[in-house]
Design a protein around this ligand. Sequence first.
Ligand SMILES: C[S@@+](CC[C@H](N)C(=O)[O-])C[C@H]1O[C@@H](n2cnc3c(N)ncnc32)[C@H](O)[C@@H]1O
Length: 319
Amino acid sequence: MIFQQLEVSQEPKGIEDLEVVNETAAQPATPVRRSPRIGLEQYYSEAGPDYAAWSPEFNMHFGYYRAGANPLRREAMLEQMNAEVLTRLQLGAASEPCLLDLGCGVGATLRSFSRRLPHAWLVGLTRVPWQVERARALNQSAGCSERVRVIEGDYEDTTLPAGEFDGAYALESSCHASGTDKGALLAEAHRLLRPGGRLVVADGFLAGGRFATALQERIYRKLCECWVIEEFAHLHRFTERLEQLGFTDITTERLQMRVAPSVAHVPWVTLKFLLTDVIFGKRKMTRARWNNVLAPVLLPLVSAPLGPMTYCMITAMKR
Ligand SMILES: C[S@@+](CC[C@H](N)C(=O)[O-])C[C@H]1O[C@@H](n2cnc3c(N)ncnc32)[C@H](O)[C@@H]1O
């Protein structure tokens, strides 16, 4: 059991105290055209509380629409995305699965899984100390902190023990990883999974095809800058890297239409946010917070059907 192993085998002793801090950013696999101006920690610390306007549960991702669902119920679609990731982990008969969230935000998906899998052990990683604190407080309130651990660390170099996880996932967090193939993140996920364990990645990808115009490409660069992303993964490079690393059973699902109903909530959420938090809010609107307002507005302009970005869920198994 990795929880117990971590608690007895590592310095500092408790997983709760395990701060896996790596100050040295991994080098990108391909040249970077423009480096982000605001750092990840600053962005998520300043804009982090604003995600409450999107999701009271702090689901920091888009939703998954299933036929028959009410497209006006955003939180239900966000929660459905969690459920879809869990289904694809194919945990089968594992009685006490151990799962790893690579880029957990404030832990909404972890808490969702802890409700769905009462015997699972869940570990979440984020580089942002504010998120660690907030996640731990929310886990405490939800009564799941015994089985859910959130630690500060870099998912490209975790120092967690190899081969211990039955499943790992990156829900709208892989975009922040280095390179266009996200090779360092995928290699670390491969190292951490046990043979037969699955990795699920849900995110925006550049899926072939060119930008329609130079302006569209500039909008894409602005979007990356706003969300502190060096470059979204290039779909074919990403799946090639999975193969090279020895993953098998690789499936790619294009989910643009599934996420569209939740993306359609962006104008309304933005307007409401501007009226409440910006005009009457007490917190100063910093550049990071403005970036978080702008990015979701830009996203549809560069995504299918207008542009080359598309939302995918990719599943792969470690041989
Ligand atoms: C958009 S949020 C998604 C959070 C969460 N998966 C969710 O859906 O609610 C992206 C997350 O990725 C994390 N992240 C980005 N780069 C990271 C890295 N190198 N190591 C660990 N976490 C990282 C951020 O700290 C943030 O928590």
